[in-house]
Design a protein around this ligand. Structure first.
Ligand SMILES: [Zn+2]
Length: 120
């Protein structure tokens, strides 16, 4: 099995509904996103996926989240925009471009705290 991973960043604000503590208040993060694809077959060039294609797909997803108030985003109007839920949202959305190839998505909300969503 081959795995490839790219790392991107975006900035946005959120607050956590129903959380008793600081995070209930509006605040921002510089999120770091690690997106990994997997597969057992390479193309005739020897690539699992062209990094440019993967970057373009992830950029399109992150452009939609960057400099936004995540609680107003369609994906987080009901569920909280926690690192866990953002990871699953990006995992699912990336999966529309790369069916059955998304290995994991990790969201760092600070230098020492991250959440990963995976189905394997
Ligand atoms: Zn937060």
């Amino acid at each position: 099995m081959y795995k490839v991973k790219i790392i991107k960043n975006f900035s946005s604000a959120h607050n956590l509904r129903g959380y008793e503590g600081n995070c209930e208040n509006l605040h921002g993060h510089n999120w770091r996103v690690e997106a990994a694809l997997k597969g057992d077959k390479l193309d005739n060039v020897g690539m699992l996926v062209d990094f440019r294609v993967l970057k373009r797909a992830l950029n399109a997803i992150l452009d939609d989240l960057d400099h936004k108030y995540l609680n107003e985003h369609e994906a987080f109007k009901v569920i909280n925009p926690t690192s866990e839920n953002i990871a699953k949202y990006i995992f699912d959305t990336l999966g529309k471009t790369f069916p059955n190839m998304v290995d994991s998505v990790t969201i760092w909300e600070s230098d020492d705290a991250c959440a990963t969503y995976t189905e394997s």
